[in-house]
Every structure is written in structure tokens, then in C-alpha cells.
Design a protein around this ligand. Structure first.
Ligand code: DAH
Length: 342
């Protein structure tokens, strides 16, 4: 009897495995599990056994019956689920659109400039956003209490440095990395340092507390103003086309001597004058100059032997002009309608 029951179970499970539609399943149910099915047939035979064997076989029969019913139900649910979803499959429904992200306009611009400067032999360096006052100001020839500090509305940070002093700020300029670069790599040096900077600004369409700059430094023997001009001119042609002209006008920055601003002919009107350049024909894009001897010294470079130039671009301003963006706050707003355009 035991053998018969086990064989029935094995046969049942084997057939069940091969089934994948409801009619076949129904057939199997009839054959084994229905009132007139094989299992009940076997149970009917129990009454011919001795009491002892009847009990034993009865127990086994119950266990098997339950097992078969459970396995049967499982397979049934599976098949029903499959058939249900297949019934709803409508091949004419348009596919689900897979949306891909896009790069931020500032990232696009930064990468374009990094690639360009790489062709001129500049390497790329990252600087810290949380910075000591030393690298952000002192090393750049702006001692404490010097009025030049007022030019930048600084976020001072309520944190002590390793020496226990309140000396940290959010960097106001990527110039903070100039002296770090000189100390780390020495001369000759050609490096750009793009990154995020912070100022305590009241925001409006043209002012942001968090924005991006791209700093550059070249130090070596006999580095001069003419070389600086040719590099910056080349950047302008790369950004705005081969007709672009570059000009400089004196401007004070504590870490360069002489210092200058840098302007390109307006890419929109080619210098004729339009609303983008406020009818001047020129766009002010950068600051630059020959590195002040004090700054070279802070970087461990002997100003008697070496000279260098430095420049700093405002990346947000560049991107606004390049892509026609009219509000600087859009860069940090995280609005997909804006970002998906790039
Ligand atoms: N750090 C300056 C600013 O944020 C920009 C600048 C001016 C950078 C002159 C330079 C430079 O490297 O030589 O306004």
C-alpha cells in the first residue's frame, strides 16, 4: 500500500511539472484528486487492510494528499497569473520610454575647457571648497584686515582648524588653489583648477551665493604678459569662434601685478553692439595678471628666477552667454525643464 501511495505521488508530481495550461491541469486534477480519482481509489482500498496497517497507510495517505493538493494549488496560481498577464498583453501599446539624464551645462562647459587646456599642456587640479583663510586670502597677498577682503562677501565657518583656531571659510575663489598647486608640483607649472566657490550674496538674476570658476596658472622661466594674452585669446576663439578678439584693461587684484580684466568681442554681434554686450561690443569674462612676487614666494617659488601668470574665468557667466541663459539661479535650481535642454 505504502509503495502504491508513493508511486502515485511521484507520478502525480512528475506530470504536474510538465503542465503549463489550465485544461491540462484540470485533467490531472480529475485523474488523481477528484472524488473518483486515483487517490480516493487507493483510500478505498484501506478498508481491506489490517487495523495496524490501515492506520499507518491512512496517515501516509493524508500527508500525501495534503502535499499533492498544495503543490497542485501552487502550480494553478502560477498558471493563472501567467495567463492573466498574457491576456492583457497589447502589442500595439507604445513601449515605455526610457529617459536618460543629461550633463549639466556647467559640466559641459568645464569639460570643453579642460579638454582645450589639455591640448595646451595644462593639467587639471581640484582644490578644497572648505578652505583656510590662509590659502583663500593670506597666501594671495590679502592679509587679515586688508580692505581687499571686502571685495568678497565671505562665508566664515564656525569650525576650528587642527590648531584650534577659527580659520575656515567656504572658498570665495578658485584662486585658493594657486599656492596649493605651486607647493605641490613646483615649477615649471601649467595647471587649471575648476571648481565651486561661495559668497554671501543676496541672490538675483545676476548674483548667486554658489557658483563656479575656472582658475589657471602658468609658472616658469621668462613667462610674460604676451604669453598670457595668447593663451587667453586662444580660449576665446575656441569658445566663441575664430573671429573673436581679446582685450585687457587694467584692474586691481591683490595677487597679480600688473592685473587686468579680460574681455572678448561679443559672440552675438561680433563687436558691433547688441543687448547681450549692452551695446559695448565686448564681454567681460575673466580676471588675469602676472603673479605677484609674494604669491610666488608663498608657493615656494623664487620670484628672482621664475615668473608666471594667472587667470580666473567665471564659468556661470560663460555658460549664460554661450547658452543664452538669463537667470544665474537656474544653475542650482534643479529644475528638469531647464536641465533637459542641454
Ligand atoms: N579670483 C578672482 C575673483 O574671483 C578672479 C581672478 C582675477 C583670478 C585675477 C585670477 C587673476 O587668477 O589673476 O574675482
Amino acid at each position: 500500500m505504502k509503495n502504491k501511495l508513493e508511486k502515485l505521488r511521484d507520478d502525480f508530481l512528475e506530470s504536474l511539472q510538465k503542465i503549463n495550461d489550465l485544461p491540462a491541469l484540470r485533467e490531472l486534477e480529475l485523474k488523481y484528486l477528484s472524488r473518483k480519482g486515483e487517490l480516493n481509489g487507493l483510500l478505498g482500498e484501506l478498508k481491506d487492510l489490517s487495523l495496524e496497517m490501515r492506520r499507518e497507510a491512512g496517515e501516509l495517505a493524508n500527508v500525501i494528499k495534503q502535499e499533492l493538493q498544495e503543490r497542485f494549488n501552487e502550480v494553478k496560481t502560477e498558471i493563472e497569473k501567467k495567463e492573466e498577464s498574457a491576456a492583457y498583453l497589447d502589442p500595439t501599446v507604445p513601449g515605455e520610454k526610457i529617459t536618460t539624464g543629461s550633463l549639466h551645462p556647467l559640466t559641459l562647459l568645464r569639460r570643453e575647457l579642460e579638454e582645450f587646456f589639455a591640448t595646451l599642456g595644462f593639467m587639471v587640479m581640484d582644490g578644497p571648497e572648505l578652505e583656510s583663510e590662509f590659502y583663500n586670502f593670506e597666501a594671495l597677498n590679502v592679509p587679515p584686515h586688508h580692505p581687499a577682503r571686502d571685495m568678497q562677501d565671505t562665508f566664515y565657518v564656525d569650525l576650528k582648524n587642527k590648531q584650534g583656531e577659527y580659520d575656515l571659510t567656504m572658498r570665495t575663489q578658485t584662486s585658493n588653489t594657486q599656492v596649493r598647486a605651486m607647493r605641490k608640483y613646483g615649477v615649471p607649472l601649467k595647471v587649471i583648477m575648476p571648481g565651486r566657490v561661495f559668497r554671501s550674496e543676496a541672490t538675483d538674476a545676476r548674483h548667486e551665493h554658489t557658483f563656479y570658476q575656472l582658475e589657471g596658472v602658468m609658472v616658469g622661466k621668462n613667462i610674460n604678459f604676451a604669453q598670457m594674452k595668447s593663451v587667453l585669446e586662444a580660449v576665446g576663439k575656441k569658445l566663441y569662434g575664430p573671429e573673436t578678439k581679446f582685450r585687457m584693461r587694467p584692474k586691481f587684484y591683490p595677487f597679480v601685478e600688473p592685473g587686468s580684466n579680460g574681455e572678448y568681442t561679443c559672440f552675438l554681434c561680433q563687436g558691433k553692439g547688441c543687448h547681450v554686450c549692452k551695446y559695448s561690443g565686448w564681454l567681460e569674462i575673466l580676471g588675469c595678471g602676472l603673479i605677484h612676487p609674494d604669491v610666488l614666494r608663498a608657493g615656494g617659488v623664487d620670484p628672482e628666477q621664475y615668473s608666471g601668470f594667472a587667470f580666473g574665468f567665471g564659468l556661470n557667466r560663460l555658460a549664460m552667454l554661450k547658452y543664452g541663459i538669463n537667470d544665474i539661479r537656474l544653475f542650482n535650481a534643479g529644475d528638469l525643464r531647464f536641465l533637459q535642454q542641454f
